[in-house]
Design a binder for this molecule. Structure first.
Ligand SMILES: Cc1cc2nc3c(=O)[nH]c(=O)nc-3n(C[C@H](O)[C@H](O)[C@H](O)COP(=O)(O)OP(=O)(O)OC[C@H]3O[C@@H](n4cnc5c(N)ncnc54)[C@H](O)[C@@H]3O)c2cc1C
Length: 475
């Protein structure tokens, strides 16, 4: 096949951008990837500090699409291992399995609350069937699915800690994408007649032995081998268009200097509101206004390097209490034992915040002290002397905030961007959708195929649209 000499600029070196770049470089396109930070992998990176390696939050691989799953296994040949999953919720000095196991949950909350939980679960299920109530907010979604007692006990505090606002202000879409609904009758039936034709992602998952960031690193290595270029510390700051239907260039800022980069095609994975905000000529006022309603929740991740191993049996633990600064933490040696020197491990704590709020602006030292003291006081599994050091990683655009009505804004923005024939926007923040890694990769492949095939046959907007969170697939 004759190799194409067409040029493609990809904005962002996360999994979506790198998957596109990889596919295009393989097809002979001249690809340049621009990444604002000094590392690749975006939200799914592995940070290495001395002899310690840790991920930017817990990342387990599970893909419902066989195609994407095989694509990843082929890329990562020999680097993937299976990890046993235990994840729990911690509150009121107790641990509960997550995903929720109904017997464990009911026993754990005590007989009175358990009775109330079963009773109002029943009431809400009947209500859902008979009245078919309109589900608008996250609270509506959870209560409709689980009943109010289980919602108040297991979902309310965590979600509000994550979003920093009441669940009545977040769209129910998020509940559909993050929690597997359950039906008490199905739970009983499943436990009696467990189907062998179901693959569960609950108990075990795939993971690159040297950290989740290896997926992005492997992609980048291959892109560069095939002649593609990846530029770090290179931030896209303005997007030029001919005013009608074509992108004509992207201004990239490197060390304070701006350079105009041009190409035949552009693939965007940077946050959608930023793309709109910095368009030149300006996007219509209405589109700018809609894009300004799209916000991201940020996160500070604090890694503590510990002179001890297997501090918990879990891969991660959710922490509900408002008084404890972090909402979740993970223990790296339960993922892989090659990520730190023998006899040590790394605990990674996630503290949800907004960019530029009080938490975000604390110094690294303050954040390390805050998390360390909270952990030692509450969990009592390590002492001050066990902590060898710490590291802080700030993530500005971590979670797209699904405010109520966000889809109306997205539809208008999409309609506007569809006019640009040589621009595709994809990825978790580029499309403003709560993607997992496999979704972002699939979107990346679609964008590349659309360029290679010369028509937009593969619609990234159709990826990750199931309302149910996927924890298992039928064989
Ligand atoms: C805490 C956490 C846990 C997760 N757990 C899982 C899990 O268990 N399983 C799973 O499958 N998925 C998980 N995910 C989701 C997964 O991380 C993402 O879906 C995926 O990494 C998104 O890739 P992306 O390329 O779409 O976006 P990103 O990773 O956000 O990539 C976009 C890139 O663009 C760069 N960028 C932004 N602005 C600019 C600019 N102006 N110029 C240049 N570059 C720019 C960013 O720095 C980034 O590198 C998790 C996510 C988080 C945050």
């Amino acid at each position: 096949m004759a190799k194409s000499k067409k040029e493609v600029v990809v904005l962002g070196a996360g999994l979506a951008g790198l998957a596109s770049a990889h596919e295009l470089a393989k097809a002979g396109y001249k690809v340049r990837v621009y990444e604002m930070f000094d590392f690749i992998g975006g939200l799914a990176a592995t940070i290495r500090k001395g002899e310690f390696a840790f991920d930017t939050g817990p990342h387990r691989w599970f893909a419902k699409s066989d195609f994407v799953n095989n694509w990843m296994l082929d890329l990562m040949k020999g680097e993937i291992k299976s990890v046993k999953r235990l994840t729990r919720i911690y509150f009121d000095n107790k641990y509960f399995f997550y995903p929720i196991k109904i017997s464990n949950a009911l026993l754990g909350i005590g007989p009175i609350k358990a009775f109330m939980a079963i009773f109002d679960y029943g009431v809400y299920r009947i209500r859902a069937r008979v009245l078919k109530p309109k589900i608008v907010s996250l609270e509506d979604g959870f209560v409709n699915q689980f009943g109010r007692t289980l919602y108040n006990t297991f979902f309310k505090r965590y979600s509000e800690k994550l979003w920093g606002r009441p669940n009545t202000q977040i769209s129910a879409d998020w509940a559909g994408q993050r929690t597997r609904g359950f039906n008490l009758l199905t739970v009983v039936k499943d436990s009696l007649f467990k189907s062998k034709k179901i693959v569960s992602f609950v108990d075990e998952f795939q993971y690159p032995e040297k950290g989740v960031g290896r997926i992005a690193e492997k992609l980048a290595e291959e892109v560069e081998k095939m002649g593609g270029k990846i530029y770090l510390n290179a931030k896209a700051v303005s997007f030029n268009a001919n005013g009608k239907n074509k992108m004509t260039g992207v201004e990239i800022e490197v060390k304070g200097k701006r350079i105009m980069e041009t190409a035949d095609f552009y693939i965007n994975t940077i946050p959608l509101p930023h793309l709109i905000k910095f368009m030149n000529p300006k996007a219509p006022k209405e589109i700018i206004k809609e894009s300004e309603t799209l916000k991201f929740r940020s996160e500070v991740q604090v890694a503590l390097f510990i002179k001890k191993t297997n501090i918990t049996p879990d891969v991660w633990i959710y922490v509900h209490s408002k008084e404890i600064s972090f909402m979740r933490f993970m223990e790296m040696d339960n993922w892989s034992n090659v990520l730190s020197p023998k006899g040590t491990t790394t605990l990674v704590f996630e503290v949800a915040c907004n960019e530029d709020d009080e938490t975000w602006n604390k110094s690294d030292k303050e954040l390390i002290e805050m998390v360390k003291n909270d952990y030692i006081k509450e969990f009592k599994t390590i002492e001050q002397k066990d902590v060898l050091g710490g590291y802080v990683h700030r993530v500005p655009f971590e979670y797209p905030v699904y405010h109520i009505g966000y889809t109306d804004s997205l539809d208008k923005i999409k309609e506007f961007l569809d006019n640009f024939t040589n621009l595709q926007t994809i990825g978790r923040n580029g499309i403003f959708r709560y993607n997992n890694m496999d979704h972002s990769i699939e979107m990346g492949l679609y964008a590349a195929w659309n360029i290679i095939e010369g028509k937009r046959k593969h619609d990234p907007y159709l990826v990750n649209i199931e309302r149910e969170y996927l924890e298992e697939k039928k064989l």
